[in-house]
Design a protein around this ligand. Structure first.
Ligand code: OFO
Length: 164
C-alpha cells in the first residue's frame, strides 16, 4: 500500500511526464511549421516516450493499490526559436525532471518505501540518458552554428530516430 505522501508525489510526477509529452509534441509541431521535419520526428518520438513514462507511474500506483488522480496539463509554449534554442530548452526541462525524480526518491527513502525506491531506480538511469541525448545534440548544434548545410545534416540525422 502506498502512503498518501508517496501517492500524491507520484500523481504529481504523472502530470509532469504528461506535460513533458505535451511540451515535446508542441516542439514537434513548431519544427514541422519551420520545415525541420527530422527534428519534428525526433520530438514526436520523444513525446511518445514521455507518455510511456507517465503510464509506467500510472501502472505502479494501481499495482500498489493506490489511486491515480489526473490533473490539468499546462499549455506548452508555441514558439521555440532556433534548433539550438529548442534543444537547450529540452535539456533544461530534463534537468528539472531529473531533480523531481531525485526528490521523489528522497521521499521514498524517508518513508521507508522500498518498492517505490526500486521502481524509481529505472527512472534515475533513464534520466541520465534523457539529459545525455539533449546535451549531445546541443553540442552538435553549437558546432554547426548558422551553417545551413550543417543544420540540414543534423535534421536528416534526427529523422532517423525511431520508437524504441
Ligand atoms: Fe520522462 O523523461 Fe523526459 O521529461
Amino acid at each position: 500500500m502506498l502512503s498518501k505522501k508517496i501517492q500524491d508525489a507520484i500523481n504529481e510526477q504523472i502530470n509532469r511526464e504528461l506535460y513533458s509529452g505535451y511540451l515535446y509534441l508542441a516542439m514537434s509541431a513548431y519544427c514541422e511549421a519551420e520545415n525541420f521535419p527530422g527534428i519534428a520526428n525526433w520530438m514526436k518520438v520523444q513525446a511518445e516516450e514521455e507518455q510511456e513514462h507517465a503510464e509506467r507511474f500510472y501502472d505502479f500506483v494501481n499495482d500498489r493499490g493506490g489511486r491515480v488522480y489526473l490533473k490539468a496539463i499546462d499549455e506548452p509554449p508555441t514558439d521555440f526559436g532556433t534548433p539550438l534554442d529548442i534543444f537547450q530548452a529540452s535539456l533544461e526541462h530534463e534537468q528539472f525532471i531529473t531533480s523531481s525524480i531525485n526528490e521523489l526518491y528522497a521521499l521514498a527513502l524517508a518513508e521507508n518505501d522500498y518498492a517505490t525506491q526500486i521502481m524509481l531506480q529505472w527512472f534515475i538511469s533513464e534520466q541520465i540518458e534523457e539529459e545525455k541525448n539533449a546535451s549531445d545534440i546541443v553540442a552538435l548544434l553549437e558546432k554547426v552554428g548558422n551553417n545551413v548545410n550543417g543544420l540540414l545534416m543534423v535534421d536528416r540525422q534526427l529523422a532517423q530516430r525511431e520508437e524504441d
